[in-house]
Design a binder for this molecule. Structure first.
Ligand code: PMP
Length: 316
């Protein structure tokens, strides 16, 4: 990488959850050198524990580390650390059908750096927490508002990687939207203000007839692992899937809209508000395409159907 960072990570240890010590001049605190990941572990009926494509999270962290001038753990180190952390926290995994264990790997510049530069040392850590549905709506439709003033990413920026600062940048718009009763914010591209980007923590899909379209990956949206998986699942089910620039008009004219992400899985969108006008989808029900994709993906992740894609990793 251009930062010429080598880097090695120690073998690692499992410690009880608690505060960590950090130097006030740590790179992450001063210059935002931090990346994270998010994945889930599900408990199955037959007593196993499943991870979903953890090597994809590892790969995304590696790509993010390159952009943020950080060394990253190897794919194998990442996956082994996730497995060990989940197994050590097995008692916190909800019973089948009652939720999942959310896993949060974090890579931070922990070394001291006063002038602007990459930190001299890094820490990779993982913590976990049991979770239920991300949106209180569950599989019922969520209501989004299109943000026309604030942007989460710009071309050439860091929107395509999972760096902590991207999330600080959306807090204001998201908070304002929630205060007005919306579930979340949908962002537009910062150049034309006409193409869809993504929601604060999930990717967006637009359904019209048998065609499902989603914004293509060009550095300003996060390459979601759920997005990538849903594209494959939808094609497998006979839908035509297009990764390309999607306009606001197409969104407003869609039959169905849904979001994808590790936390939200597949969340149907019930309405979009744009410049004070509200467009609703379906008759306030959950669109059939969203429902079908949700069922297929969650059954796979929970180990209820045959994993012909080879996406799940068994921990036992
Ligand atoms: N976009 C953003 C900004 C996100 O934070 C997330 C959650 N990681 C996603 C999209 C969805 O990505 P994934 O499907 O990998 O969870």
């Amino acid at each position: 990488s251009k930062c010429a960072l080598g880097g090695s990570f120690s073998k690692g240890e499992l410690v009880p959850f608690g505060n960590i010590e950090i130097n006030p001049s740590a790179g992450v605190l001063n210059y935002g050198q931090g990346l994270f990941e998010g994945l889930k572990a599900y408990r199955t009926e037959d007593g196993n524990i499943l991870l979903f494509r953890p090597e994809e999270n590892a790969t995304r962290m590696t790509m993010g580390a390159e952009r943020m001038c950080m060394p990253a753990p190897s794919i194998d180190q990442f996956v082994q650390a996730v497995k060990a952390t989940v197994l050590a926290n097995e008692r916190w995994i909800p019973p089948p059908g009652k939720g999942s264990l959310y896993i949060r790997p974090l890579l931070i510049g922990s070394g001291s750096v006063l002038g602007l530069a990459p930190a001299p040392e890094y820490t990779f850590l993982i913590y976990v927490s049991p979770v239920g549905n991300y949106f209180k709506e569950g599989l019922s439709p969520i209501n989004l508002i299109i943000e026309t003033e604030m942007h989460r990413a710009t071309p050439g920026g860091t929107g395509g990687v999972k760096t902590i600062g991207n999330y600080a940048a959306v807090l204001k718009a998201q908070g304002a939207a929630k205060a007005r009763g919306y579930s979340d914010v949908l962002y537009l591209d910062s150049v034309h203000k006409n193409y869809l980007e993504e929601v604060s923590s999930c990717n967006i899909f637009v359904v019209k007839g048998n065609t499902i379209s989603t914004p293509d990956i060009k550095g300003t949206i996060l390459p979601g692992i759920t997005r990538k998986s849903i594209i494959d699942v939808a094609r497998d089910q006979g839908f035509q899937v297009e990764e390309r620039a999607v306009t606001v008009d197409e969104l407003l004219d869609a039959d169905e809209v849904f979001c994808t992400g590790t936390a939200v899985v597949v969340s149907p969108v019930g309405s979009i508000t744009y410049l004070g006008k509200r467009v609703t989808y379906g008759s306030d029900g959950v669109g059939l395409v969203s429902q079908k994709l949700y069922s297929t993906l969650t059954s796979l992740q929970m180990g209820l159907t045959d994993d012909k894609m080879g996406w799940t990793v068994k921990l036992k």
